[in-house]
Design a protein around this ligand. Structure first.
Ligand code: NAD
Ligand code: UDP
Length: 343
């Protein structure tokens, strides 16, 4: 197969490129490096079947030659990233997705949309299955990401129904592992970097909100199964083991052996309170389920961050306060306060 991976220099995209190359596929990776980095490609950049193109897919997307699949992962994904890049996030969810869909149509390629559990917003149904329509603010600080992805799903379904594009939508739940940026502001990377630096772990709110954390290798297996199938979806991909943010902090402290304290900060506006995927559809139609426990995955991620000590210590200041303030500031343009709820 010859596969285009948009956002291929990002955390998930780089693992997808590597996995596809390992099984013999040719891979074209397109990325504007806005939240990704070339270092993520270092292990396979010289592979004869790998091509990297630096490009913003929201402007245009044209790739020469045959394509069998287009995996559309390009989009900022970490809340601090999409708060910093609100217009770019909306653009890549809308224009970027349409450019990728049009390319898939021209090439008669399978099109995979990396959608998200944010489709469900702050869910009122638990665990979340694919039939649930979600509880999303269209104007809140997270809306630039959530609504962009909802539009991307709608656009993909329209191309499926009216243009016959072979579309597959996966809704990815919180995934972590090596190649996350230490300073990207997501909870797993932040807690690990803080623990390794001996800095306080910053819990937003009282830490009783939940997430379900999937290890990257499991997620990529699911993504590849979706590429290889003809399922339209949407299909949830994530680890159904639910944890509070407080439990995650304690787990990170235990595995790293760090003596860092825990600090409580204000909770972001519209921060989902409970999140856990119902993965029975993925199990049924893709034969997929996660195999790596959160603990085993954290061991791997911690080992990765330990081997990137320079990056981890450089990230300290940004995680400790700058990105938290950044989220607050960005919100002034769109909504009165992004951090309004007291701890
Ligand atoms: P990431 O930020 O590491 O990767 C995103 C990549 O897209 C980056 O390399 C970035 O430079 C690139 N990109 C962004 N805008 C672009 C544009 N206009 N043109 C070209 N490239 C562009 O994030 P990630 O965690 O790897 O997420 C990948 C995809 O999976 C995203 O679409 C995200 O919404 C989705 N997703 C991820 C998770 C998760 O937990 N990691 C959860 C749900 C959904
Ligand atoms: N969170 C936290 N401290 C941090 C970063 C995040 O307590 O330093 C919380 C955040 O408020 C949310 C959860 O951890 O409840 C997951 O946040 P993340 O940004 O990783 O992902 P998302 O909110 O998109 O699920």
């Amino acid at each position: 197969m010859r596969v285009l991976v948009t956002g291929g220099a990002g955390f998930l995209g780089s693992h997808l490129c590597e996995t596809l190359l390992k099984r013999g596929d040719s891979v074209v990776c397109v990325d504007d490096l806005s939240t990704g980095r070339r270092d993520n490609l270092a292990k396979f950049a010289d592979h004869p079947k790998f091509t990297f193109v630096q490009l913003d897919v929201s402007t245009a997307l044209n790739i020469k030659g045959r394509l069998d699949a287009v995996a559309h992962l390009a989009s900022p994904a970490s809340p601090p990233d999409y708060h910093r890049l609100p217009l770019e996030t909306l653009a890549v969810g809308s224009r970027g997705t349409e450019n990728a869909l049009k390319l898939a149509e021209r090439k008669t390629a399978r099109f995979i949309l990396a959608s998200t559990s944010e489709i469900y917003g702050d869910p009122t149904v638990h665990p979340q299955n694919e039939q649930y329509w979600g509880n999303v603010s269209s104007i809140g600080p997270r809306s630039v990401y959530d609504e962009a992805k909802r539009f991307a799903e709608a656009l993909s379904m329209a191309y499926s129904r009216t243009r016959g594009v072979n579309v597959g939508i996966v809704r990815i739940f919180n995934t972590f592992g090596p190649r996350m940026r230490a300073e990207d502001g997501r909870v797993v990377s932040s807690f690990i970097a803080q623990a390794l630096n001996g800095d306080p772990l910053t819990i937003y709110g009282d830490g009783q909100q939940t997430r379900s954390f999937c290890y990257v290798d499991d997620l990529i297996r699911g993504l590849v199964a979706m590429i290889d199938s003809n399922e339209t979806g949407p299909i949830n991909l994530g680890n159904p083991v639910e944890r509070t943010v407080q439990e995650l902090a304690e787990l990170v402290l235990e595995i790293t052996g760090s003596s860092s304290n825990i600090e409580f900060h204000r909770r972001p506006v519209d921060d989902p309170t409970r999140r856990r995927p119902d993965i029975s559809l993925a199990a049924k139609v893709l034969g997929w389920q996660p195999q790596v426990s959160t603990e085993e995955g954290l061991e791997q991620a911690i080992q990765y961050f330990r081997s990137h000590a320079g990056e981890v210590s450089a990230a300290a200041a940004e995680i400790a306060g700058a990105q938290f303030e950044g989220m607050s500031q960005a919100s002034h343009q769109a909504a009165p306060s992004v951090m309004a709820e007291p701890a």
